[in-house]
Design a binder for this molecule. Structure first.
Ligand code: PLP
Length: 370
């Protein structure tokens, strides 16, 4: 079976370096918010160009902390796409705020500015204070237009950059354009830890200060709790692993781009759409997502029967999920998201795929579409 991702292949060549980094943390026993967390934060801000980077427990807490640190309160409305992973909206709800869903652009699968404007018709009624564009699959949403809508309406902008860390938007790193950019280092991400881990990027000193207090139980000084905070700290073992892996991220992303380029060539003239990349962004192919002219189930089965794993990210848009029923949305509210959920599929694109594997995947898809 060719899996959707093979972490064993990724880790093997750097195993010695990682073992040494882990040993160092064990030897100095500073396990939570230790030296490695501070060093990793410095590496993150150097890499991204953000003034500050704050290590946190995972990408979901990163969004929640970014919202609270930017002043979002229980009862506020926060716009986000309905076609994203649960965590984007789950994090909004977890701080007592209300997810306000928007549709996507059918070509990039990223949030549609027209749909954001539509949601803002209820700005006062829903107390909308923020928008979370998600840089889905590995490329950036239309940030210039999102920032100008946000400016016009006085909205906070949190970039959910769980899937696109390393991508560029007009020469800037994804996650450094809005008030905050949130990162997930879930093991399957392009930069993945050996467990849960996350981060928040910001250029604001005030938000940086708030984040550091909020992630650590509302502590400014030990046992003096300024605000109601959380236990959302990053641990040093994860930071040590991530410090090693960050050095390889650009090389891995380049391999993903080469693999995507190869697929794009192979799929020319077939009855499907390869990923569309607008000129304002680069794509780091966290997922390589094909768009079919109809349901994806047949191709998924064809691939699976021939030993190739493929996935649908995400089969049910959030406005149709049971847990968000209380928001009152219904089928038909966001047609582009509903359609994309049924017609997309993601095929293996990870850096360690061999030429033979890439060929086999491409040939198997061509055979199905003939
Ligand atoms: C778009 C998006 N947002 C948020 C998250 C949440 O990250 P984590 O799993 O680290 O909590 C993920 C991770 O899967 C994601 O893909």
């Amino acid at each position: 079976m060719i899996p959707i991702l093979d972490l064993k292949k990724q880790i093997a060549p750097i195993r010695g370096e990682i073992d040494a980094a882990i040993k160092k943390v064990i030897d100095n026993t500073s396990f939570v918010l230790g030296e490695d967390v501070a060093l990793f934060e410095k590496d993150l801000s150097d890499y991204s160009g953000a003034k500050s980077a704050v290590g946190v427990a995972n990408g979901t807490d990163a969004i929640k902390l970014a919202l609270v640190a930017s002043g979002i309160k229980a009862g506020d409305g926060v716009i986000c796409p309905t076609f994203t992973y649960y965590a984007t909206a789950g994090a909004i709800a977890s701080c007592g705020a209300r997810p306000v869903f928007a549709d996507i652009e059918p070509d990039t699968f990223n949030i549609s500015c027209e749909s954001i404007e539509k949601a803002l018709k209820d700005k006062d009624k829903l107390k909308i204070k923020a928008v979370i564009p998600v840089h889905l699959y590995g490329q950036c949403a239309d940030m210039d237009n999102i920032m100008s809508i946000a400016k016009k309406h006085g909205l906070i902008v949190i970039e959910d950059n769980a899937q696109s860390f390393g991508a560029d938007y007009k020469g800037k790193k994804a996650g450094t354009i809005g008030d905050c950019g949130t990162l997930s280092f879930f093991p399957g991400k392009n930069l993945g830890a050996f467990g849960d881990a996350g981060g928040v990027l910001t250029n604001s000193n005030k938000i940086d200060e708030n984040l550091r207090i909020l992630r650590n139980q509302g502590n400014k000084d030990k046992y003096l709790h300024l605000v109601l905070g959380f236990n959302n700290r990053l641990d040093s073992l994860q930071a040590a692993v991530l410090r090693v892996k960050l050095k390889y991220l650009d090389g891995w992303n380049k391999k993903r781009q080469e693999n995507a380029g190869y697929y794009n060539q192979q799929f020319k003239g077939l009855d499907l759409k390869v990923p569309y990349v607008p000129e304002f962004t680069t794509h780091i192919y966290h997922h390589y997502v094909l768009r079919l002219n109809g349901p994806s189930q047949g191709l998924i089965k064809h691939l699976n029967d021939r030993g190739i794993d493929s996935r649908v990210y995400y089969p049910v848009p959030l406005h149709l999920q049971e847990c968000f029923k209380y928001l009152g949305y219904k089928n038909g509210d966001f047609p582009e998201s509903e359609k994309a959920a049924g017609e997309t599929l993601s095929i293996p694109v990870y850096p360690d795929l061999t030429k033979e594997e890439l060929d086999y995947i491409a040939q198997t898809i061509k055979e199905f579409l003939k």
